[in-house]
Design a protein around this ligand. Structure first.
Ligand code: SF4
Length: 73
């Protein structure tokens, strides 16, 4: 029997696109934070726990600059 692990979802911020609206932080504060200039950073390495995937999707859909990307390891 093989044991397959589900791909790990991670969020990434394209710093060149982020304009610092902070919507992502409001919608998913467990996954995003702001730096001292008000631009978004991912919390930790950006790994999204299964119970936060809906919030990650919501934040991605509501970023007006399309600065949030999903990556799967
Ligand atoms: S919503 Fe998008 S543009 Fe705004 S802070 Fe978050 S990543 Fe940056």
């Amino acid at each position: 029997m093989t044991t397959e692990t589900a791909p790990v979802l991670r969020v990434e911020i394209d710093a060149a696109r982020c304009q610092g609206h902070g919507r992502c932080v409001v919608l998913a504060p467990e996954l995003f934070t702001l730096d001292t200039l008000g631009d978004a950073l991912v919390v930790g390495d950006g790994t999204v726990p299964p119970d936060l995937q809906a919030k990650a999707t919501l934040a991605k859909a509501n970023c007006p600059e399309y600065a949030i990307r999903f990556a799967r390891d």
